[in-house]
Design a protein around this ligand. Structure first.
Ligand SMILES: [Fe+2]
Ligand SMILES: [Fe+2]
Length: 191
């Protein structure tokens, strides 16, 4: 498997969680009571699976290797991807702070709107970001990286999974996506 294929597999899992977040925010927007655990588990996923693990694979491994192969950091897709990772982190911080109040029982419009607006902005940002990586940046990577580069990156990705989030954690997060998809569906069928 190429490194770009491994990253695309992460993207498919992340997209499923973005869908869960989108549906849960819509439910909140319609005035339904959403179990805070749905949001807190999704937040855990975003902070760990998505940011700590997947973005670490990109920022500290794929992007520097691309630079070594002549893809400039500034003024091109790498620079843009880094800016978007940071924009995403800002939305996640705001979402986390509103969620903290929601978990403590605050159902005020300010808290609900804080969750809805930052989750929706994050979902839109990351969906488009993933699209750009899949279709533009990873296509460039497949052009400029040798088979040995790709294999070395895949090896490093395995090490990140083992050392940064821990053995078995990737699988645990995939299972979390399965569970949350069912949880938001149950919520929808109740109304
Ligand atoms: Fe990215
Ligand atoms: Fe990515």
């Amino acid at each position: 498997m190429r490194a770009t294929e491994a990253l695309k597999e992460d993207h498919r899992v992340i997209e499923r969680m973005l869908r869960v977040l989108f549906v849960a925010s819509q439910q909140l927007q319609r005035g339904e009571e959403v179990d805070p655990q749905i949001f807190s588990k999704a937040l855990d996923f975003i902070q760990n699976f998505s940011d700590k693990c997947h973005h670490h694979k990109e920022e500290d491994n794929l992007f520097p290797t691309l630079q070594q192969r002549g893809v400039p950091k500034e003024g091109g897709p790498i620079g843009m991807m880094l800016v978007e990772h940071d924009e995403g982190r800002q939305h996640v911080r705001e979402f986390a702070s509103a969620l903290d109040k929601y978990e403590k029982g605050d159902r005020s419009p300010a808290v609900k709107n804080g969750i809805i607006s930052h989750v929706m902005s994050f979902v839109q940002l990351l969906s488009q970001h993933i699209d750009k990586e899949d279709n533009i940046l990873y296509a460039i990577a497949d052009d400029v990286l040798s088979a040995a580069d790709q294999a070395d990156l895949v090896h490093r990705f395995h090490e990140i999974e083992e050392n940064t989030i821990g053995p078995g954690t990737h699988e645990r997060y995939v299972k979390m996506v399965d569970d949350l998809e069912r949880a938001v569906q149950r919520q929808s069928s109740r109304t």
